[in-house]
Write a protein that binds this ligand. Structure first.
Ligand code: ZN
Length: 147
C-alpha cells in the first residue's frame, strides 16, 4: 500500500481502515461461479419460498442480452444474464428470486407478484434495473455504455 507522507499515526490508521473496507466491499461483489449461484438460489428459496422452489440447475449465460434472467420450469433450469455480474448483490438476488418464483407460478399475474413480495427489496431492485436500461438508451451521456 502506498501511504501518503506526513500522516499522523491516527490518520494513517483511519486511512488503512478505509482501504480495508473498500477491499472488503470489492470482495463481496466478486462474481459468483455457477455452483455458488446454485447454492445462493437454494438459500433464497429457503428464506423466501419455504424451500418450495427447487431448481435443477442455475447458471450464468452470455447469450441473453434483452432479459436479466429466464427459466424453464419443466426442466427446473434457471439462467442469469452475465450482464448482472458486478451489479449489487440485492439485484442479483432479486433476479434469482424472480426466476425461482416462476418455478412455482408461471407468468406475471397477481399471484406471481404476491409471491415475490416475500423478497423485501423487489421494488428497489426493479428500480435499479429500470435505471440501467434507461441509461443504456441514452448513449450520448457521459459514462453511459456504447450500445
Ligand atoms: Zn418473469
Amino acid at each position: 500500500m502506498l501511504i501518503p507522507a506526513r500522516m499522523s499515526e491516527a490518520e494513517e490508521q483511519r486511512w488503512v481502515n478505509v482501504m480495508l473496507d473498500k477491499l472488503a466491499a470489492q470482495e463481496s461483489r466478486r462474481t459468483l461461479d455457477d455452483s455458488e449461484l446454485a447454492e445462493r438460489a437454494r438459500r433464497l428459496s429457503g428464506q423466501y419460498f419455504d424451500g418450495r422452489a427447487r431448481p435443477e440447475s442455475v447458471r450464468w449465460v452470455t447469450n441473453q442480452n434483452t432479459r436479466w434472467g429466464s427459466c424453464t420450469p419443466s426442466e427446473g433450469s434457471i439462467r442469469l444474464s452475465h450482464r448482472l455480474q458486478g451489479m449489487p448483490e440485492y439485484v442479483v438476488d432479486y433476479v434469482l428470486c424472480h426466476e425461482l418464483a416462476h418455478l412455482l407460478v408461471p407468468g406475471h399475474g397477481p399471484r406471481f407478484w404476491r409471491l415475490l413480495e416475500a423478497y423485501p427489496r423487489t421494488e428497489r431492485a426493479r428500480g435499479y434495473l429500470e435505471g440501467v436500461v434507461a441509461a443504456e438508451r441514452l448513449p450520448h451521456l457521459p459514462g453511459a455504455r456504447d450500445a
